[in-house]
Design a protein around this ligand. Structure first.
Ligand code: URA
Length: 209
């Protein structure tokens, strides 16, 4: 599975519009991000492999579907990734979690790593990397470089908004990693922000600036 999936569900699109509005409060933004992450999570996990297990209902025995393989990993690119992570953990409470601390150098827009903690057996797991904004793609590419360096081979990337420039750079660097997003916006501005976008996702989520 490769390429870009735009999750065009009407609820996703409606919630995204409210999140984009500059007057939406921090509390509102955070609540909507959590809600939207449930809907995006539904799509990004849609084709997880199933196996069956024998169970007994109060009526009779049956072969019931259950997720196959090791628990999946959500890899959150700090700090904005945590906004998507929380809702995803509601959907898949047994998932493992990786944290990747990267910040953007405001001059060069390069991603600088300051933290990395992940389960040791990444090679055996599906890893879903989450970061709301795929802008220059520097952070996403660096995060996935690191995860691959630690053995991950089965990776998906989930974001809220993507810029065409970011998608192009990302797919060149990691053609094997499918992208799931709620929207592909017009372009990046000269500061690396997505237009029309929603501003700085971390600031909007945490009320900083
Ligand atoms: N990161 C953000 O939070 N917003 C953008 O528009 C680009 C990168």
């Amino acid at each position: 599975m490769q390429g870009v999936t735009v999750v065009d569900h009407p609820l996703v699109q409606h919630k995204l519009t409210i999140m984009r509005k500059k007057e939406t409060s921090t509390a509102g933004f955070r609540r909507l991000l959590r809600e939207i992450s449930l809907l995006l999570g539904y799509e990004v996990t849609r084709n997880l492999e199933l196996t069956t297990t024998t169970i007994e209902t109060p009526i009779e025995e049956m072969e019931a579907p259950t997720l196959e393989g090791k628990k999946l990993v959500f890899a959150s690119v700090l700090r904005a990734g945590n906004g998507l992570l929380e809702g995803l953990l509601d959907l898949v409470p047994a998932a493992r979690v990786a944290h990747i601390g990267l910040y953007r150098d405001h001059e060069t827009l390069e991603a600088i790593e300051y933290f990395f903690k992940a389960p040791s057996d990444l090679a055996d797991r599906l890893v879903i990397v989450v970061d709301p904004m795929l802008a220059t793609a520097n952070s996403a590419i660096a995060a996935i470089d690191k995860l691959k360096g630690r053995g991950a081979t089965n990776i998906r990337f989930l974001c809220l908004l993507a810029a065409p420039e970011g998608i192009e750079r990302f797919t060149k660097a990691h053609p094997d990693v499918p992208i799931f997003t709620a929207s592909i916006d017009r372009q990046l501005n000269d500061k690396g922000y997505i237009m029309p976008g929603l501003g700085d996702a971390g600031d909007r989520m945490y009320g900083t600036k």
